[in-house]
Structures are given as C-alpha cells and as structure tokens.
Design a protein around this ligand. Structure first.
Ligand code: MRU
Length: 364
C-alpha cells in the first residue's frame, strides 16, 4: 500500500524510531495533499519541526519534545563518559531550554520537558548511572505518550455526555488526532460518538491563516467517515444562527487558573458568537494544559508569527500589497465568562473555574 492510500488515522502522530535514534512524525505542513513521514534526529530538526508546525497541537508538541529530549540524551551516551553526570546534565539542560523556546503559548511543551527534567534529576539522586538515567528517560517519554491517549479517550467520554445523537457540533482549528497521539481532545467526543452511531454533523472552521481546520480537521474527520462540513471562519455565526450547531468543542493551549483559555486565533470569536446564539461552548483540556502558575489569560504569552503566513502562504500569488502592516498572533484568549464548561480527563469543570479546576486537579 502506498503512503497516500493508507488512512491518515492509521499513522502515529509522534513515535520513536525502532532504535530510539529519532522522533518520527507526519509532516503536517504537507497535509492533506501528501503524507510525508520524517525522522528528526538533531536538536535543530526537532526545534524546527515544532516551530514550523510540522508537528503541532499542544499535546503532540509535548510528546514530540519529551521523545526528542530522550533521543538527544541517548545520543549523548556516545560522547560523554558514563560517570560524568555533570557534563551530561549540562547538555541535557541546554537541549531542554532550546526545545522549550520553539513555541511559547502551549504549556504542554514546557510541562513535558519539565517532567523529563524532574525524572532525570530524581534518577541521579537515586545514584543511577547516566546510561540508566537515559533508559528511565525513554520510559518516561513513552509513558507521556500513552497517558495522552488515555487522557484523550477520557475527555471523549465526558464530552460525549454533553451531547446527543444527531447533534450539530462546531470545532475550530485542529484539536484532533493529528494534534495528539489518538482521538484528539475536541474531536474525542466526535470519534467516540462515531464508534457508537451518534451521527453527528460537524462543522469545521477552516482556521486562517494556517488552515488547520481545512487541511487537518476536515481531512481526519472525513477519513473517519464523520459527516463533516468545512466552513470559512466568517461563517460560524450563520451556521449557529441557523440552529445547526448544538455545541462547540475546541481544544486549548493553556488554561489559566481562572479558566481563561488560550487557543488558536479566532476561538474567542467563536465563543462570543456561541454566547450570542445560546450554543454551549466547551473547551477540552487535558489537565496538563491547566497552568495554575498563570492567574488569568492576561499573563499568557501569545506567539506572534511571520506576516507571510497571512499575505502569501497557501496562495498561488501574494494576496496583499508589499509592505502592508500585518498582525499575526497565533492564539487568542477566550474569557472564562464565555466558556460553558472545561472538559478534562478527570471530569467537567464549570464556573467558578478557579475552584472547579483546582478540585479536578486534586482528584488525580
Ligand atoms: O498552532 P497550532 O496548530 O499548534 O494550534 C493548535 C491549537 O490551537 C489547538 O486547538 C490546541 O493546541 C489544542 S490541540 C489538542
């Protein structure tokens, strides 16, 4: 079977190579036209893949970074003597800080790297050799990936309890399998509903400027046989006003302690419109995406991206005058007042989020 005949859902979003010398990803910048699988071996290749969105979506970049730092740590065994933990840890820290700088908004990136760092330090304190530490890092990277799959499925079950068969669901960006290791977050209720014959009618916002909704969400849902209709971002008000949407499900990159949520640019527009038309707006969030160190959305750092993504990327020719000013934030913050509920793997949080999110965190 050629790569383009396989269903996109048959591929792993992020995997370790058989010999643990590289991180294997689908180059998502080429989808849906071409399914290209690439192997990332160096720190620069991993950083670039995250920055360029070859691997993207908050949970997937966390898994890619954890797998990546393990691969880099393993390669260090060839150049650093087994008993020189100080040299090993200095290089490990350098890689960690470098990978962490690839994208600022999704907390999963620093969360996964901090978790790898904590495991590394704990193993050293237990008196493990550098080779043993590397083995433990490999186990942790695999664990982070397996957890992601379990977490997404649990989010799917809770999310499914909020809708009924035949419902219309709108989603923005791609919080799908391609953004995680399986099921997605916002798409998890849709996939579980599909397994159970719910016949949802899904509207996927195309998601300017990088078209994650068109290129990725509509692609993966269509490949799964879900009834999905692609709409431009400026059509969501119309489909909601028409009464075609019973619930909005979106993913998130960081949830502040008060429930304010950063997600793909345009999410807050959808939330505002949903409020206007009385459509419940649900944010699907693994608890790893909740950042209690960030009190409100105002403190979330929003990634700014190159102007060319707006003016020319995806077009045959440039679609804006040379020299025009461009504002291209990759994410926006949806105020907690616009959010009906935050769906996590431990349950559903409702306002007041400051209390409900803490309570869910403590049920772990
Ligand atoms: O810039 P991207 O494509 O990484 O943005 C992705 C999103 O905004 C997703 O909605 C979010 O990361 C959640 S993915 C489960």
């Amino acid at each position: 079977m050629s790569e383009n005949q396989k269903n996109i859902l048959d591929y792993e979003t992020v995997a370790l190579s058989d010999d643990d010398t590289g991180v294997i990803i689908i180059d998502q910048t080429k989808l849906p036209g071409k399914t290209e699988i690439i192997k990332l071996e160096t720190a620069k290749e991993i950083w670039d893949a995250i920055y360029l969105l070859q691997v993207r979506g908050a949970p997937a970049i966390g898994v890619a970074a954890a797998s990546g730092i393990y691969v880099l740590a393993k390669a260090l065994l060839k150049e650093i003597p087994e008993d020189d933990y100080q040299a090993f840890y200095a290089k490990f820290t350098e890689y960690k800080e470098y990978l962490d700088s690839a994208r600022p908004t999704a907390v999963n990136l620093s969360w996964a790297l901090s978790r790898m760092d904590a495991v590394c330090r704990a193993a050293h304190e237990e008196g493990r050799t550098v080779a043993e530490i590397v083995e433990i890092l490999g186990k942790e990277a695999r664990q982070i990936k397996e957890e992601d799959i379990r977490v997404c499925r649990a989010i799917g079950e809770y999310g499914l309890s909020l809708v009924k068969p035949g419902d219309g669901i709108l989603t923005h960006c791609n919080a799908g399998q391609l953004a995680t290791c399986k099921y997605g977050t916002a798409t998890a209720p849709i996939y579980l509903g599909q397994e159970r014959g719910y016949n949802f009618k899904v509207f996927a916002d195309e998601t300017r400027p990088l078209l994650q909704g068109a290129r990725l969400t509509s692609y993966e849902l269509h490949s799964a046989g879900v009834d999905v209709t692609l709409i431009c971002d400026n059509m969501s008000a119309m489909v909601m006003k028409n009464g075609w949407v019973n619930a909005v499900f979106v993913g998130c990159d960081r949830v502040a302690a008060n429930g304010d949520t950063a997600n793909k640019i345009g999410t807050s527009v959808v939330a505002t419109v949903a409020k206007r038309y009385g459509v419940p707006f649900y944010v699907c969030a693994p608890t790893s995406t909740i950042d209690f160190n960030t009190p409100t959305g105002d403190e979330i750092r929003i990634e700014q991206r190159p102007a060319g993504e707006v003016t020319e990327m995806w077009y045959k020719e440039r679609m804006a005058p040379e020299g025009v000013k461009v504002f291209n934030p990759a994410f926006d913050v949806t105020d907690h007042e616009l959010i009906t509920a935050i769906v996590t793997e431990h349950g559903i949080a409702r306002a007041p989020f400051t209390e409900s999110l803490r309570a869910l965190q403590n049920t772990k």
